[in-house]
Design a protein around this ligand. Sequence first.
Ligand code: SF4
Ligand code: SF4
Length: 310
Amino acid sequence: MANSEPVEEHAAVWFQASACSGCVVAALNGVAPTVRDLIVDQIAPGHHVSLKFQPTIMAGSGTVAVDILGATEEAGEGYLLVIDGALPTAAAGLFGRAAGRGGESTMHERALELAEKAAAVVAMGTCAAYGGMHAASPNPTGCVSVSDALAGAGIEKPIVNIAGCPPHPDWFTGTVGHVLLFGLPTADDVDAAGRPKRFFGRLLHDLCQRRGDFEANRFATSVGEPGCLYELGCKGPWTHADCPEREFNGGVNWCVKAGSPCHGCVEPFFPDVASPIYRKIGLPELPRVALDEGSGRLAAVMRPQPAEDE
Ligand code: SF4
Ligand code: SF4
């Protein structure tokens, strides 16, 4: 039956920076909704996402695609800017090239240009949110997070961090849907690391199906065994995400259920402080976060001292 209700179009642009493409693959593997639902149908009654630019899935390429991006920028109507990947800054940003207006640019420069005209920014994945794998020590490319890049350039835009390496597709679609329907998350909706509390508000360890094993001191001694994986390096006790309840691949499985310790991939200290991945980390080594006194948001992550046996 035809629906005569007006549909509000929401322009969106997805810019891919220094990343492995895992975040894009994760979003494409969304089950409810699927990516088709997201960009063809209405994300909610009366609301449609008009995805103008997404290099992995768009049919156009080369100048045609770049021109669409430029036209969206120039339209001056604001758009939701999604960035996955960190932004290389070393060597004037030359470790990450991007097609720019009138020629070649850098990922760093292009991301700043796009952010200037965006209504809001979604940092998709841990690399975009906090630097992640691409900013891992010794970080020769000088990768920085989207929020650090914008702050460094004096650009003030609302940013939501969808952490994860890669994020669960629900975390992305749920956040985009919330932004379109209800506006940007308020300060009460996000945690100190800029993540929506709806998905990242609880300790993974408290939701884990093996928590009973932890309390009863039943620990696995090798990957794949039953029992709590804490002794094998599980970072669940200081990781905030709903993976045990939500589960990946359409609600089929998640890391611990599959026999692998949680690596803390959604945290600002991943991967440096979370490494070695399979070594037990004790309470004295818990990472500490410093908050900006004015905004109450994440300002820094203090790294624990290396263990004496390393
Ligand atoms: S497997 Fe990890 S998250 Fe689950 S109870 Fe053990 S330490 Fe906590
Ligand atoms: S269980 Fe841990 S490592 Fe696995 S996706 Fe969730 S936060 Fe990341």
